[in-house]
Write a protein that binds this ligand. Structure first.
Ligand code: U2F
Length: 450
């Protein structure tokens, strides 16, 4: 049945944690701008909506309207303080919480949904869409390797087993994975609690995604053509539509602490920029080791620190490093990574950070924590040669001093920076008007808005 465009109603279902809802909103803003008559209802928790829509005026939103879904907290619930509790409560409440909010919106504006554009985590999107005679278009916010590992979870479980797993073995039975070790796989595939709400959600996602009308991914074809082709063979349609920082409107992050001006006072490729994304703060002993390494080296550093730097960093550190270091609570990361003074990024290997670093042309020192981050580190270090891990995988003063010297003042560091230029060029090419990602965005717009 063909509907008039002002009758079309797209439900956007966000996953309200980490850097999930923000990139989805960026994509939706790009699509919605191209289809001004179509209505976009954006569903996430009140907390997540308050963050991703903050600073946006009504005219910036146009045909996108945010709606809150219940966060899954029972009445009078006393939070336990465990970091995963909000995620588990939310997962246990879905899909009912989304459904309830969606029904209310349809009752209000009288327009049934024509398409469900969801975070890929929301495995139930396919069934929901079928019941509504709508399309299902999920977005995977991370990279192709991790997505592939979730698609082949049953194969991995069968070949590797799930008990007493030998974590140092290479995954040589999967095309494109021979450099990857079992220990690099996201927890919940063969290790960790396979029955945990998060593991079950991602497992179901792997089973359901092949049913989607199309799967969009914040990536570009040239980043890893072999794996991208594997994905293509498993989906009805795979659309590389990234890197989002080149293909979608980005939220404006003010430079409240003068980071860019500070960077301009330093030499070319001399500064270490440090950030661990939106979820992670390294444990206390690692923060101390990292701070001590920065104090020992001569390199200037800029640290976007989540938490209370005064309390969590060694006593007197901020004072003693005042002339060569700057510690801020939040920074305009994408602009920082494009600044010529930045020579290395000390990162947790979150996917958005990686893409932003590629576009900035900066090499990386990686300290991965969870999810796709170990797999990403393996790619950066072993396959692509544009990043290094840290000896034994955790921050110690000596290991970090070694990594800083290697990336900032050795010949190998220079070669890494040269290698990243090739990645940067293919990312820029993909995002040009006739590039692969731009063409895929057009296809996606067509799919979602007709
Ligand atoms: C989860 O990732 P995170 O949110 O922890 O990390 P990133 O994917 O690297 O995204 C962090 C974003 O926050 C921005 C930065 C990135 O866009 O530019 N930012 C900033 O603007 N200013 C700052 O001071 C610090 C950060 C998850 F943990 C990862 O494993 C996944 O790969 C990722 C994508 O699914 O989501």
């Amino acid at each position: 049945q063909v509907r008039a465009s002002n009758d079309l109603h797209v439900a956007v279902l966000a996953f309200p944690f980490g850097s999930h809802a923000g990139p989805l909103l960026s994509l939706v803003r790009r699509i919605a701008a191209a289809a001004p008559n179509v209505t976009f209802s954006f569903f996430s928790t009140d907390k997540s909506n308050a963050t991703v829509f903050s600073g946006m005026k009504k005219e910036d939103l146009g045909n996108i309207k945010p709606y809150n879904v219940h966060d899954g907290y029972p009445n009078n619930h006393v939070p336990s303080g465990q970091p995963l509790e909000p995620v588990n409560l939310f997962i246990n409440a879905m899909p009912g919480n989304y459904r309830q909010a969606m029904e209310k919106v349809v009752a209000e504006n009288g327009k049934n949904f024509s398409c469900l554009l969801t975070d890929a985590f929301l495995w139930f999107g396919g069934e929901m869409a079928e019941q509504m005679y709508a399309k299902w278009v999920p977005l995977w916010t991370a990279g192709p390797f991790s997505l592939f590992s979730h698609l082949v979870t049953d194969v991995l479980r069968q070949k590797i087993g799930c008990n007493d797993v030998r974590e140092d073995q290479n995954i040589d039975f999967l095309r494109g994975f021979s450099a990857v070790k079992v220990a690099d796989l996201p927890i919940g595939i063969v290790t960790g609690d396979l029955e945990a709400p998060f593991s079950v959600m991602i497992y179901k996602m792997g089973l359901m995604l092949p049913r989607a009308t199309a799967v969009a991914i914040n990536s570009f074809h040239e980043i890893e053509p072999l794996i991208v082709d594997e994905l293509k063979s498993r989906f009805q349609q795979l659309l590389n539509v990234g890197p989002f920082i080149l293909t979608t409107p980005q939220p404006f992050i003010p430079d409240d602490y003068g980071c860019l001006e500070w960077l301009s006072k330093h030499g070319n490729a001399s500064v270490a920029y440090i950030s661990f994304g939106t979820v992670i703060t390294p444990p206390a002993h690692e923060l101390t080791a990292l701070a001590n390494s920065l104090e020992e080296c001569e390199f200037p550093f800029l640290w976007s620190f989540r938490g209370n730097a005064e309390k969590q960093l060694p006593e007197g550190f901020l004072e003693r490093t005042r002339t060569k270091g700057k510690v801020v609570p939040w920074a305009p990361q994408t602009e920082i990574l494009k600044h010529p003074s930045v020579g290395v990024f000390v990162t947790h290997s979150g996917w958005n950070s990686i893409l932003e670093t590629i576009v900035g042309g900066v090499s990386m020192i990686c300290r991965p924590f969870f999810g796709d981050q170990k797999l990403n580190t393996r790619l950066l270090e072993t396959l692509w040669g544009i990043g290094v891990g840290i000896d034994n995988g955790v921050f110690t003063k000596d290991a970090m001093v070694k990594a800083l010297k290697l990336t900032l003042s050795s010949e190998k560091g220079k070669i890494m920076r040269q290698k990243i230029v090739a990645f940067k060029e293919s990312a820029m090419k993909a995002a040009q008007p006739d590039g692969d990602s731009s063409r895929n965005i057009k296809t996606l717009i067509e799919l979602v808005t007709t």
